[in-house]
Design a protein. Structure first.
Length: 539
């Protein structure tokens, strides 16, 4: 959110907020999209127009003209009279019949802009109102689709354009959420992250006070880290200069989605209250994380949410929803949230074998080499065009490597490993195959370590191909009782370090070749691994 206000000469140690909230936003934030500055960049170089405002402020000009007196009364009611009487440069688009509706503050802010905009302003220039809405002058001499009956009335601090009718007000996406009672669950969750914070980058040191502390021309901004974090934010849905498509689950849809998703985020913690709180937060995050899309969703072959999820059938996602126009995009009111779990909150987990973080082995027994594809490789489709080759240091042992599996949720998984044949390194390589075995370690519902291995009969079938890629089902229908993951809100905090996160799920891979099998050349004691896949099993 870009609403911004500037307060001059405040110390960083003690910032006494001397601001007047001129336009409370519908979600309780700081209104306006404005800067408090000590001087104006307004000049008197307008095109010719009525000179009736000489010696008058914009506010006085509105009040003294019978055609705009009704609007002036609403300006005063909304709390903008002091602003329009100040030295700041302003342009007011004043409906001659006043404004309709009960939300006077919101409507008044829709008719006032900072800086001066005569009717000669190019049609391509966006005029930003105090509420952040952006409009343009029309080719026929009007503004925002409304006729101008008297243009360029001059005042000492700006201009007034008289309009035939009020500028039509269209909610942006966040306003739709904030104002509809049937979206109160969605609003309550998003709104809790609204805040006003000090903007260090745009605040300027202007002096030193008596105690030697820096004095700042201080800027405060309205901010929501869930939406606006530069890395993990879901989208600037309160801004008028960004365009999105967004799903809006009704309260009924929210509750249905919550009941469906919550079991995936069961958490173990010695403190049950902490576990319940984490499960609740992560469930709600899972609901909102795939609501926002930068491109059109309806009729598209596929769609990508701002969280990075790829939706293969967007029309199925929108089934049963109702389209709502928004000033910054398109909203879809959803009585049911048609998430495919494996495309949204419970996507397959892929661990690239060549990724060194989270991979361990005993280097006195095992060697692990990272390999990259070359032009002589006979194998296509290797993920990331890289893999690892695992072999024993001694020919008398079976090599072993262990992989951490991050982001596992509570639920059922099939575990696959993708092994590569020797020809991935070139056509002259001698084909080989090997027998492998697996041990999955994870946290149980009581916080203790549990393990899962293939049965003896299953283990006999775990053999890689000497000539083809082997997508091996290592473990089938593994029940993971509690999740081991984090969330985007945790990651947005500068005080949190992702490298400190403890992973409680790991997969151990070892060759399972006897001395006789090895000495006879039946099986090798090495393997080439491309990736590991934890694939959720749909209920």
């Amino acid at each position: 959110m870009k609403y911004q206000l500037r307060i001059k000469r405040q110390t960083r140690a003690v910032m006494t907020c001397l601001m007047t909230i001129l336009s409370p936003l519908p979600w309780g934030g700081v209104g306006g999209g404005f800067l408090f500055t000590a001087c104006s960049d307004w000049t008197d170089h307008y095109e010719d127009g009525p000179a009736t405002g000489e010696g008058l402020s914009v506010m006085q000009l509105l009040e003294q003209d019978s055609r705009t007196a009704s609007f002036a009364a609403q300006v005063r009611q909304a709390g903008y009279a002091d602003l329009l009487a100040s030295s700041q440069a302003l342009t007011v688009f004043a409906p001659t019949q006043g404004l309709d509706g009960s939300d006077v503050g919101r409507m008044v802010a829709n008719h006032i802009a900072r800086h001066t905009y005569p009717t000669s302003t190019p049609l391509t220039v966006g005029v930003e109102m105090l509420n952040g809405k952006i409009y343009q002058f029309d080719a026929d001499g009007g503004f925002a689709g409304t006729g101008i009956t008297l243009a360029n009335q001059k005042a000492d601090n700006g201009l007034v354009h008289q309009l035939q009718t009020p500028i039509p007000y269209v909610n942006n996406l966040y306003e739709h959420i904030a104002m509809r009672p049937d979206l109160s669950e969605l609003y309550r969750f998003i709104h809790q992250f609204d805040e006003v914070k000090f903007d260090v980058e745009n605040s300027v040191e202007v002096d030193i006070d008596e105690q030697g502390r820096p004095v700042y021309d201080s800027v405060f901004v309205s901010y929501n880290r869930l939406l606006e974090d530069p890395v993990y934010g879901l989208g600037h849905i309160a801004r008028e200069d960004s365009t999105y498509n967004m799903l809006l689950p009704t309260n009924e849809a929210w509750q249905q989605a919550y009941e469906r998703i919550a079991p995936s985020f069961r958490v173990y913690d010695a403190d049950d209250a902490v576990a319940d709180s984490l499960q609740d937060l992560r469930t709600r995050l899972a609901i909102v994380e795939n609501l926002v899309y930068r491109a059109a969703v309806a009729g598209a072959d596929s769609a990508v949410s701002t969280a990075g999820s790829i939706i293969s059938a967007p029309d199925r996602l929108l089934a049963g929803s109702t389209a709502l126009s928004a000033s910054n995009g398109m909203a879809w009111l959803c009585p049911t949230l048609n998430y495919d779990r494996c495309e949204t909150w419970n996507k397959p987990i892929v661990v690239e074998a060549e990724q060194q973080n989270g991979r361990t082995y005993n280097n006195t027994l095992t060697s692990v080499y990272q390999r990259s594809l070359t032009s002589s490789s006979l194998i296509e489709g290797v993920s990331g065009e890289a893999f690892i080759e695992v072999m024993p240091i001694s020919t008398s042992t079976n090599p072993t490597v262990i992989f951490d599996i991050p982001g596992v949720l509570a639920g059922t998984y099939d575990v696959y490993c993708v092994f590569l044949p020797a020809t991935v390194e070139g056509p002259t390589e001698e084909p080989d195959s090997t027998k492998v075995n697996f041990t999955l370690t994870f946290q149980n519902a009581n916080g203790r370590t549990a393990t899962k291995r293939p049965s003896a009969a299953e283990a006999r079938e775990l053999i890689t191909s000497g000539t083809e890629v082997t997508r091996m089902l290592a473990l089938s229908h593994v029940e993971i009782p509690v999740s081991n993951t984090t969330d985007r809100l945790w990651l947005t905090s500068e005080t949190n370090d992702p490298t400190t996160l403890q992973t409680t799920t790991s997969l151990t891979i070892t060759t399972n070749v006897t001395a006789r099998e090895f000495s006879s050349g039946t099986y090798a004691r090495l393997f080439r691994l491309d990736r590991i896949i934890f694939e959720p099993v749909k209920n």
